[in-house]
Ligand binder design. Structure first.
Ligand SMILES: Cc1cc2nc3c(=O)[nH]c(=O)nc-3n(C[C@H](O)[C@H](O)[C@H](O)COP(=O)(O)OP(=O)(O)OC[C@H]3O[C@@H](n4cnc5c(N)ncnc54)[C@H](O)[C@@H]3O)c2cc1C
Length: 456
């Protein structure tokens, strides 16, 4: 395989790398029977299910066009309504600028602490996400809402997370927004995602059609060992190939664990924390019960963390008059799964009834789960050092290093025009390979970047 560029993994980053390098120059090895990775869509009894809710809110025209062409222009574009659920109360999103819907006496306590934190706050940078939350929102709101959500979604207390990933993902409100939002709805919503696009038919995977067309993918090839010294790959089906140039989109801890890396590097890779996700898909024989596209659940006694209805993404995603509710429940080594998938799903169904999203247990028609070992890369305090140790070792084997490799996000506006590192033979691409907060547009753009590194 000396002239061919070997790509590990046929998720979006792998497909995009192959597309931008030229499919005729690449071969992709994929563990599963299908491509798409985390954007794979499945179809069950008339329902369309993505692997967790996927929507496109990219600001990059290149990706917008590529996705639009993939579905022949048949996508839906709409403003989204996002909600929060807290102990029986429905609060518009973001809750910090919609305190009017928070019950008393909690509302007044949030408001009082918010003003106190803004009046007494110093210019000192917060040492962790917990401090950031207190500074941004005051103690009561921080503890009741985002800190509770962080423990559910990231499976960590916010004090153990950094702030470099936050950007505009968590809305930092003005004093005016919070004060006026405690009296009634603001004239304009303040969530960072305002309009989204989603394929009219075929689920989110349809957006990868253009990248997929013509790709040379060897399915059922699970990498079991990589020797960087010998530049050889071994697969679970017995196949073995050598490589000169390698693009890996596999989760970095998997690549390292299955390699000839020394003990200290393998140890560092095990420190990289990623959540796992149990997706619970529930169908009921009645229409959607709520107006929100998706809902964040703050109650820590509930498994449900984020909820969306597949028919709200596209009406073609479910049979008429029925609802398909997808619930995300997160785990990690910090919050191990202690029940069976069946027991978690059963509890989630009771929660949906309690929340009024399903009318009663006997209206439920089906329940099925999907387990995603790799869900969200956690931006915890040890991440940077552990990642640097792994990348330092890979550099000795030809890894292309980048100035922003430790940053959780990439600034594509600056990066794509700038000179990429060239002459290297190992490239990491994608959310779990680079250990970043990548959305689908980042994975597509990283593919273009990979082509710039390896030459077109
Ligand atoms: C719950 C959830 C919701 C999300 N929502 C959105 C959203 O709304 N909008 C958005 O833009 N992004 C969203 N994302 C992010 C998006 O899904 C990812 O950024 C993107 O799909 C990652 O693509 P990737 O190619 O980097 O990785 P992957 O999709 O994981 O691809 C890696 C591939 O490698 C394969 N592989 C793994 N191990 C091996 C092995 N040993 N041998 C061979 N092959 C192997 C896998 O099967 C997979 O196909 C979401 C992610 C999650 C988890």
């Amino acid at each position: 395989m000396n002239d061919t560029i070997v790509i590990l993994g046929a998720g979006l980053a792998g497909l995009s790398s192959s597309y931008h390098l030229g499919h005729d120059r690449c071969v992709l090895f994929e563990a599963k029977h299908h491509a798409g990775g985390h954007i794979h869509t499945e179809f069950v009894d008339g329902f369309t299910w993505d692997e967790g809710p996927h929507i496109s809110f990219t600001k990059h025209q290149y990706v917008r066009d590529l996705f639009a062409e993939s579905v022949d222009g048949e996508f839906l574009e709409y403003a989204v309504e996002t909600g929060n659920y807290y102990q029986g109360h429905w609060i518009p999103h973001p809750a910090q600028s919609n305190l009017f819907a928070v019950p008393e006496p909690l509302r007044s306590a949030c408001l009082r602490d918010f003003h106190a934190s803004r009046e007494t706050g110093t210019d000192e940078l917060p040492a962790n996400y917990g401090e950031w939350l207190h500074k941004a929102f005051g103690a009561t709101f921080a503890q009741t809402f985002p800190a509770a959500y962080t423990r559910k979604y990231w499976t960590l207390p916010p004090e153990r997370m950094t702030t470099d990933w936050v950007g505009e993902r968590v809305y930092y409100p003005s004093v005016d927004d919070v004060t006026k939002g405690a009296e009634g709805p603001l004239p304009e919503q303040t969530h960072y995602i305002k309009k989204i696009r989603y394929p009219a038919r075929g689920g989110y995977m349809s957006y990868a059609r253009k990248l997929l067309d013509g790709a040379d993918i060897r399915f059922d090839h699970e990498l079991t060992h990589v020797s960087f010294a010998d530049r050889r790959l071994l697969f679970a089906n017995g196949a073995s190939v050598t490589f000169d140039r390698l693009v890996s989109t596999l989760p970095l801890p998997v690549l390292i664990e299955r390699s000839d890396a020394p003990f200290a590097v393998r140890e560092a890779a095990t420190e990289l924390l990623c959540t796992s996700l149990l997706v619970v898909n529930v169908t009921a024989d009645h229409p959607t019960a709520r107006p929100e596209n998706w809902v964040y659940v703050y109650d820590e006694d509930k498994h449900a963390t984020r909820i969306n209805c597949t028919e709200k993404l596209s009406p073609h995603n479910a049979p008429d008059g029925k609802t398909g509710i997808q619930v995300e429940v997160y785990f990690s080594k910090e919050k191990p799964l202690a029940e069976s998938h069946h027991d978690v799903a059963a509890k989630v169904c009771r929660e949906l009834v309690e929340m009024g999203m399903i009318e009663s247990m006997d209206r439920i028609e089906s329940v099925h789960t999907q387990w995603l070992r790799w869900a969200n890369v956690a931006f915890d305090l040890p991440r940077r050092d552990a990642l640097r140790t792994v990348l330092d070792w890979l550099e000795g084997h030809g890894l292309a290093r980048e100035a922003d490799e430790l940053a959780p996000v990439d600034d594509w506006d600056t990066k794509l025009g700038a000179a990429a590192p060239t002459g290297q033979s190992i490239i990491l691409a994608g959310r779990y390979a680079q250990w970043k907060y990548y959305w689908t547009d980042d994975c597509v753009l990283r593919g273009a970047d990979v082509a710039a590194c390896l030459g077109t």
